[in-house]
Design a protein around this ligand. Structure first.
Ligand code: G6P
Ligand code: ZN
Length: 582
């Protein structure tokens, strides 16, 4: 038994340790400053209060990005010093964000213990490496991100912190091998358990989906499949799930070795950054050498995001959640007794609203950020939810879940093809077009202006807030730009009152709602680590089956023109084009 002591280390506050939409994200260079991570971790312990921290079982792991290994050792030593009873670490420090949520909710430790919370080490889809981003966030006992009440407290503590506790003499724990290491501190035992990163998560997935039917689909020579982990942590799950459990070919896996710097790439599963997958699926600039697979999917760094592609076909995340909701009861055993309700974030297209109406389901529109779904799920109000930002998930955990979304799509494909595997395959594109024919189509696009001067971005938003209050002025401008675009019938700054706890979140983006159901939305990203990112979301609803087959950029061109003129985008930002279009 190794003994350790507790040291109190003097420190002073750092500016800017305010957790954003999803924790604290900064450049690695910021995080490696002496005391920087320590201050944030101690502030978290202080915010949770001694009562919750003493005796706690904490999960500490993440997407494996650069600086994770050092951070795990630091957090372990600080946990020991703060009276935590045990720390659980995924092997090699790897756990996807959804797997952390699953581990908190489902895992039972070697000694029968259950986790009370987690430090997740990730900056999600931001690049990694010595010159890139690191991040940390705290998840609660329900498996979901800490609510604003807690993150605000954490921030307050970071502004006044004077000391932190650390077991500086605790030896580094070997996180490469599974097993339990026991230590003893001034107040008693402290254990670190290193466990297999994938098994709890796989067990959960098997309890949700019909693996046999997916296996059948994957074994059909007509069905070809490709999964790109973009060198993120999804790679630690992909082989076990898709190859070992479901029988996909090993060659179906792209970039499935987790790397500290994501191979130098930007681990964000969208049409811009998942270049290799996009090319393979026949959506790149030139035709691929081989016939594209029938189905392709990608994940972000921490594997909570997903992108779904068919052969030469992109499924927008907003359509994806609507299609999953529409088919869940038939295709996914976990939902066979019905959906409790569905929810989407405000900027996500209204495709899900139409499904909810048709199926007579409870429906919620929440601000951007997965944490807003958690309360609904805990209250039994929501089963399936999704966001335009490539996040889809369900109440099986309290995070969005990239691999879950892929399994949901494979389940739908398996269901639609169940008696047809010998005939012509029902493809991803067929499923989406059929959905549009039934429910209408929401043409949708998002323009991102990344790393814009923060002052300029604020001014643009302030201008739009002001403009929004006069509909006649708005409509006059629109009419001057494109007289063929419908009128704005309502505009506001989105505010959300949580139906469960009554809490209010204001300033959640500016909405322009048009008479014909179109919407323009402007908001500032809450996840960047430098400058500001302006997001412009553009959506148009088309019910007429004769008009649902247009190219999205052509259908949306008039609205785009209106949005750019209305917001004076170029004037404020100096940008004549967005950095990324999704
Ligand atoms: C993270 C959250 C998502 C959210 C997204 C928004 O990924 O987990 O729930 O949709 O950030 O990012 P943004 O940059 O638009 O604030
Ligand atoms: Zn992520």
């Amino acid at each position: 038994m190794v003994l350790f002591n507790v040291s109190r280390v003097d420190t002073t506050p750092f500016d800017g340790q305010k957790p954003g939409t999803s924790g604290l994200r900064k450049k690695v260079k910021v995080f490696v400053q002496p005391h920087y991570l320590h201050n944030f971790v101690q502030a978290t312990f202080n915010a949770l209060t001694e009562e919750k921290v003493r005796g706690a079982t904490l999960v500490v792991s993440g997407d494996g990005r650069y600086f994770s290994k050092e951070a795990i050792q630091i957090i372990t030593k600080m946990s020991a010093a703060n009276g935590v009873r045990r720390v659980w670490v995924g092997q090699n420090g790897l756990l996807s964000t959804p797997a952390v949520s699953a581990v908190i909710r489902e895992r039972v430790g070697a000694d029968g213990s259950k986790a009370t919370g987690a430090f997740i080490l990730t900056a999600s889809h931001n690049p990694g490496g010595p010159d890139e981003d690191f991040g940390i966030k705290y998840n609660m006992e329900n498996g979901g991100p800490a609510p604003e009440g807690i993150t605000n407290k954490i921030y307050e503590f970071t502004t006044t912190i004077k000391e932190y506790l650390i077991a500086a003499d605790l030896p580094d724990v070997d996180i490469t091998t599974t097993g339990v290491t026991n230590f003893t501190g001034p107040e008693g035992p402290f254990d670190v358990e290193v466990f297999d990163s994938a098994s709890d998560y796989i067990k959960l997935m098997k309890s949700i989906f019909d693996f046999e039917s997916i296996k059948k689909l994957l074994s059909s020579p007509k069905f070809t499949f490709c999964y790109d982990a973009l060198h993120g942590v999804a790679g630690a799950y992909a082989k076990s799930i898709f190859v070992d459990e479901l029988g996909a070919q090993e060659s179906s896996l792209l970039n499935c070795t987790p790397k500290e710097d994501f191979g130098g790439g930007h681990p964000d599963p969208n049409l811009t950054y998942a270049k290799e997958l996009v090319a393979r699926l026949g959506l790149g600039k030139s035709e691929p050498q081989d016939e594209p697979p029938e189905f392709g999917a990608a994940a972000d760094g921490d594997a909570d995001r997903n992108m779904i592609l068919g052969k030469r076909f992109f499924v927008t995340p907003s359509d994806s959640v609507a299609i999953i909701a529409a088919n869940a009861v038939d295709a996914i055993p976990y939902f066979s007794s019905g959906l409790k309700g569905v929810a989407r974030s405000m900027p996500t297209s209204a495709a899900l609203d139409v499904v909810a109406k048709h199926l007579n389901l409870k429906f919620f529109e929440v601000p951007t950020g997965w944490k807003f779904f958690g309360n609904l799920m805990d209250a039994g109000l929501c089963s399936v939810c999704g966001e335009e930002s490539f996040g889809t998930g369900s109440d099986h955990i309290r995070e969005k879940d990239g691999i879950w979304a892929v399994l949901a799509w494979l389940s739908i494909l398996a269901y639609k093809n169940k008696d047809k595997l010998e005939d012509k395959l029902v493809t991803v594109e067929d499923i989406v077009r059929q959905h549009w024919a039934t429910y209408g189509r929401h043409y949708y696009t998002r323009y991102d202006y990344e790393n814009v001067d923060a002052g300029a971005a604020k001014e643009l938003m302030a201008y739009l807030v002001k403009l929004q209050s006069s509909l006649s002025e708005v409509n006059e401008i629109i009419n001057g730009v494109r007289s063929d675009v419908s009128k704005v019938s309502h505009a506001d700054e989105f505010e959300y009152k949580d139906p469960v706890d009554g809490s209010i979140s204001s300033h959640q983006g500016i909405r322009y709602l048009f008479e014909d159901g179109s919407r323009l939305i402007f908001r500032l990203s809450g996840t960047g680590s430098e400058g500001a990112t302006i997001r412009l979301y553009i959506e148009q609803y088309e019910k007429d089956p004769a008009k649902i087959g247009r190219l999205s950029n052509e259908a949306l061109a008039p609205l785009v023109e209106v949005a750019l003129k209305l917001s004076k985008m170029e004037e404020f930002t100096g940008r004549s084009a967005p950095t990324v279009i999704t």
